[in-house]
Design a protein around this ligand. Structure first.
Ligand code: ADP
Length: 460
């Protein structure tokens, strides 16, 4: 600053001296005056040009580096440049944060839609778009009521009371594959709204299953209980002969054991759902498991033998027939799943029919187990629902033979827990096949492996 003032004064004196030297003869002091005037004008024009240059840079080229001037204008340009860079950086930072925030909302499992004060869509994440069939590129600034036309939503929107959710049909919802979306509005800002959407299809399905399950259990228990209460009342009120009493007690025992089996199956199911994966360290001989099944099956066949003495034909085809072919898992679960399929095949196949149990080790080391029967078969519409709890094709036949409607649900759980799937194939009038294939990780053929190793050692 000092040097600026000093230079200016020096130039003024210099101008005055030069002017006076040139014009002294013409009129004293007039040259000095003109010299000072001339220098002041030049200084002013010079300053103006620099100021203009800086102004032009601020207005039109703020991104470029500032004009490199010494002096006041140079300092102003430098300071403006620094402020502008700090401002740009702050802007970039907040833009980045906004993007990160939007990306986080994008991956949210819940849908988010921002609606402005004119009820038009401003922004929506992917989830909301898939829930309601919105395409934000096309539908930005579109009225939300124009895109979501479900009467439930329209009534909700008009009610202006958004303290609860409303459930509507989702985008691409079909009768056989319904999609249910819950949505709720929240006020924010100046008349704006935030809409949150959630896929509640599975939740509603589970809720329905739960209430169906409770209704089914109550019904299944109430039926034998009513019969039992009836017999108790009869025995209390009627004078019965000892033979009649014995017969009635037999009926009562039948009903109570039916309830016992039902409770047993329910407990098994709940235990299966809550317990950890079966271990890979407990090995059980497949041949042994099959032999146990055969003993049980022959017992059942004897009970179901027709009056004329006609029995089922029961065939076991087990490969390899060796105690060394083993499978890992929960022995009790495996035994019950195998027995369940065989007992179903016997119960639903009329006497004289054939039941064939097949167990073999496949080339890839997996274990294939199947129960084939020549029974009535099951029509295709029932097949996907057979493993649902209490689902029966023929309710009376199931009851007659002591079924609870939970057998296949238990088998399915057991098989899945051991890493396989229960497969059901059936042709109406020709019979059914229930099968599974356990992965190689769950099988072991100890003797064969030992022999192979021995051979390899002796060959080398
Ligand atoms: P249940 O205790 O009634 O036998 P399951 O869950 O074991 O219950 O079987 C469900 C339904 O599947 C049965 O009620 C029956 O209608 C049908 N089903 C099962 N196995 C067979 C089969 N081998 N042949 C024909 N129908 C079968």
């Amino acid at each position: 600053m000092f040097w600026r003032t000093f230079s200016f004064l020096f130039l003024l004196i210099f101008g005055a001296c030069v002017g006076e030297a040139l014009l002294h003869d013409y009129k004293p002091w007039s040259g000095a005056f003109l010299g000072v005037l001339f220098i002041t004008l030049m200084w002013y024009l010079w300053s103006l040009s620099r100021a203009y240059e800086v102004l032009h840079w601020i207005k039109d080229r703020p991104g470029e580096s500032p004009p490199q001037h010494s002096g006041l204008w140079g300092q102003i340009a430098e300071r403006v440049s620094r402020l502008s860079r700090a401002h740009d950086q702050a802007l970039l930072g907040s833009e980045q944060r906004l993007n990160e925030f939007l990306q986080a909302i994008q991956v949210s499992p819940n849908g988010v839609i921002l609606i402005n004060a004119r009820a038009r869509i401003e922004w929506a994440n992917q989830t909301a778009m898939s829930h309601l069939g919105i395409d934000i590129e096309k539908d930005r600034d579109q009225l939300i009521g124009y895109l979501v036309r479900d009467p439930q939503y329209v009534a909700y929107m008009n009610s202006l009371s958004y303290d609860h959710e409303v459930v509507i049909e989702g985008f691409k919802s079909q009768i056989n594959a319904p999609k249910r979306i819950s949505l709720q509005l929240f006020h924010y800002g100046d008349g704006r709204k935030l809409m949150l959407t959630r896929d509640v299809t599975d939740f509603e399905k589970a809720e329905l299953m739960r209430s169906d399950f409770v209704a089914n259990v109550s019904h299944e228990i109430r039926t034998p209980l009513t019969v039992l209460a009836g017999f108790v009342e009869t025995m209390q009120n009627l004078p019965l002969t000892p033979e009649e009493q014995a017969r009635y007690l037999g009926f009562m025992q039948q009903q109570s054991s039916r309830m016992q089996i039902l409770v047993q199956d329910l407990l098994t199911l709940s235990r299966l759902e809550g317990s950890p994966m079966p271990s890979y360290t407990d090995w059980h001989s497949v041949e042994n498991l099959c032999n146990n099944c055969e003993v049980e099956a022959r017992g059942l066949m004897a009970i179901l033998k027709s009056d004329s003495g006609l029995e089922h034909r029961l065939l076991f085809s087990i490969e390899p027939q060796s105690q060394d072919f083993k499978v890992s898992g929960e022995r009790a679960e495996l035994q019950s799943a195998m027995s369940n399929l065989i007992s179903n095949a016997i119960r639903y196949t009329p006497t004289g029919g054939e039941v064939r149990v097949e167990s073999r080790m496949c080339a890839d080391g997996s274990w294939f187990f199947a129960v084939h029967d020549s029974g009535p078969g099951i029509s295709p519409e029932h097949l996907p629902r057979l493993t649902e709890r209490f689902y029966r094709v023929d309710r009376s036949r199931s009851r007659e033979t002591g079924g609870t409607g939970l057998g296949l649900a238990i088998v399915k759980h057991v098989v899945q827990r051991h890493g396989a799937e229960l497969k059901i194939e059936s042709t109406l009038g020709q019979g059914s096949t229930f099968s599974w294939q356990f992965p190689k990780a769950r099988t072991r053929l100890a003797l064969l492996e030992e022999k192979l190793t021995d051979n390899a050692v002796s060959a080398s």
